[in-house]
Design a protein around this ligand. Structure first.
Ligand code: SAH
Length: 455
């Protein structure tokens, strides 16, 4: 019998770990054939069971570590969301730096760009201000936890997640208890039956306010008033209790309809000297401390003076826009989510800034309209979701001819792709500052400064 691969499924092999992928797996090779293995660190030697073999690479499961890396730290517990918990924070930051450098080099052939060391946190734990917990059922009672990797089975979490804010632990536990006391059923994904799909909690670190969002399959929520009463009694910090209805068979967590069950339609947070109202479906950065660092860098790169016209594309609830508006003549923000635009307009009023205009729509549709209206920005800031900017938007920015572009990105791969396109069109990336918004995970955020080349 001929062997198809250097290794076969279920083989036990010992190998040296040479590298770490951008999704947190260690890489070791057997006669040049790479195996990807979770929970191992470059420099370690490990015994591994081969669990999957593809043509050009395979996957392994860690059995024993023979030589431990000096960067190995014992995680309190391991869950699929946090792939870097076994790695020291200094190595994690180095890995993130390398991830940015590598991707710029490979995807965009931009190897000479000045990338600064990643700005990390003094305490890289307990930073998340939002959680979205899926609900399941065991023995007739509601449970919550995290999805097992590559599945929708819920692993019940016995210990609190140590990247989420302490205040959230109790809010999740007690909300679940209250729902249990009232006989609420968990949503059953397979049969598309049952009531409660997710409990989403949002807190605002600066004001201590909290919002509870109960995501249900239908409008009906039995014992609604009693549930609200009990939640209110237990948590003085809760200022908003909301029901969101998601009747679709989908992985998207929030549905289109939101009803305020009690309290305010927003929670309020503060960044620097600005206040922001945040409604349930609007995007808001999850790490308050690092958001400030990120925005300060974006502002420094934008280098606004009082005569400047600025565009903030993908503006969410207008956070970056309003920081810019404190310095600029006028700021135009564009964002696709209607509620977020309503929040942005409210936030401008709350902060007494009357030089910001917010428009709802896809940035790639709205920006050409602005060009037609002869809006000529000196600076454009973009902060797109993971898939990056629509290519037509990149061309539109170039057409608008700003002196500077500040590109805030949560995905180095699409950032590199977009910087390469902009480089071809005359915008040179001067420097990139990665900021660690998501410690213990493989994600890294970057702020980039691009300048129009002078001919
Ligand atoms: N700058 C904001 C939001 C960044 S997140 C902040 O720091 O909080 C990216 C935002 O882009 C989200 O609010 C999302 O709703 C919005 N978005 C996604 N696709 C878009 C598109 N095509 N046009 C405009 N906005 C979009």
């Amino acid at each position: 019998m001929t062997r198809k691969h250097v290794v076969n499924k279920n083989d036990i092999v010992t190998l040296h770990i040479e590298d770490l992928t951008s999704d947190g797996n260690g890489v070791g090779k057997i006669d040049g054939y790479p195996l990807f293995i979770p929970h191992v660190i470059p420099g370690e030697t490990a015994e591994v069971k081969v669990v999957k073999v593809n043509k050009r690479f395979g996957f392994g499961k860690l059995l024993t570590i023979f030589e431990k890396s000096e960067h190995r730290v014992e995680p309190d517990h391991q869950c699929s969301g946090c792939k870097m918990q076994h790695i020291s924070y200094s190595l994690e930051l180095d890995m993130k730096y390398n991830q940015v450098k590598n991707v710029l080099n490979k995807v965009a052939h931009l190897k000479d760009i000045n990338v600064h060391p990643v700005i990390g946190m003094d305490n890289p734990w307990r930073y998340r201000n939002k959680v979205q917990m899926p609900i399941g059922e065991r023995g007739g009672r509601l449970i919550t936890g995290f999805y097992r990797e590559r599945s929708h089975d819920i692993v019940e979490s016995k210990e609190p997640c140590n990247i989420q804010h302490e205040m959230i632990d109790e809010l999740v536990d007690r909300t679940l208890q209250v729902m249990n006391n009232h006989g609420i059923k968990a949503y059953d994904e397979k049969r598309h039956q049952g009531d409660l799909r997710h409990i989403v909690i949002r807190i605002a670190e600066a004001t201590n306010e909290a919002m509870i969002i109960l995501v249900t399959r239908t409008k009906t929520l039995k014992h609604k008033n009693k549930i609200v009463e009990q939640l209110k009694q237990q948590f003085p910090h809760v200022t908003s209790i909301v029901q969101n209805i998601n009747s679709k068979r989908t992985n998207v967590i929030l549905g289109n309809e939101t009803n305020i069950l009690w309290g305010e339609s927003y929670i309020y947070d503060e960044i620097g000297d600005l206040t922001f109202a945040i409604s349930p479906r609007s995007f808001y950065q999850v790490n308050a401390k690092q958001t400030r660092v990120l925005y300060e860098k974006a502002l420094a790169y934008a280098d606004i003076s009082e005569d400047d016209i600025v565009i903030d594309a993908y503006c969410g609830i207008g956070t970056i826009s309003l920081f810019l508006a404190q310095k600029a003549k006028h700021v135009y923000g564009v964002e696709i989510v209607e509620e977020a635009i309503a929040d942005a307009q409210l936030n401008a009023r709350l902060n007494k800034l009357d030089n910001a205009t917010f428009v709802q729509g896809a940035a790639e549709d709205v920006m050409p309209k602005w060009t037609k209206e002869s809006i000529q920005p000196n600076v454009i800031v973009v902060d797109p979701p993971r898939k990056g900017c629509d290519e037509s938007l990149l061309h539109e920015m170039v057409k608008m001819n700003p002196e500077r572009i500040v590109y805030v990105s949560c995905n180095p791969a699409t950032l590199a792709r977009d910087l390469a396109i902009l480089a071809d069109e005359g915008y040179e990336t001067k420097e990139i500052q990665p900021v660690d918004m998501f410690p213990q995970t493989t994600h890294v955020e970057c702020v980039s400064l691009l300048q129009r080349e002078t001919i």
